[in-house]
Ligand binder design. Structure first.
Ligand code: FES
Length: 122
């Protein structure tokens, strides 16, 4: 499945924040990634919003998945079509816990509550 082949899923209640700040989404740091295609693919699976830097640049590209119960899963290194496709499949399934094995290595714990400006809206 390509990033653009993700089908729309409108009933999961999942919200996704896609970081696009100083590192995430930049061709300078990740020239091999179709950053715009990634946004399109994720947005086709869940309500998604692009946010500014969330203060976890070492993990770029960062995607935050929020479930209807308010819990969040922070994912880093979302930087290739296979990982994006796995993320889309997981979102389409309603993002059940735990995430699939392929994504578990991308899950990280937010390092602190002191985060970048974009996180104010996270
Ligand atoms: S630009 Fe995404 S965490 Fe900084």
């Amino acid at each position: 499945m390509t990033e653009a082949q993700c089908a729309l899923d409108s009933g999961t209640g999942i919200r996704v924040l896609i970081c696009r700040g100083c590192c995430c989404g930049t061709e300078r740091k990740h020239p091999e990634v179709d950053h715009d295609g990634q946004i399109v693919a994720i947005s086709a699976r869940a309500r998604a919003r692009v946010v500014d830097c969330v203060g976890e640049c070492a993990h770029s590209n960062v995607v935050i998945v929020r479930s209807g119960d308010g819990s969040s899963v922070w994912l880093g290194g979302i930087n290739n079509p296979a990982i994006t496709a796995a993320l889309c499949e997981w979102l389409g399934a309603g993002a059940p816990q735990p995430p699939p094995q392929v994504l578990q290595s991308r899950v990280f714990v937010r390092r602190s509550e002191t985060v970048g400006a974009g996180a104010e809206h996270v």
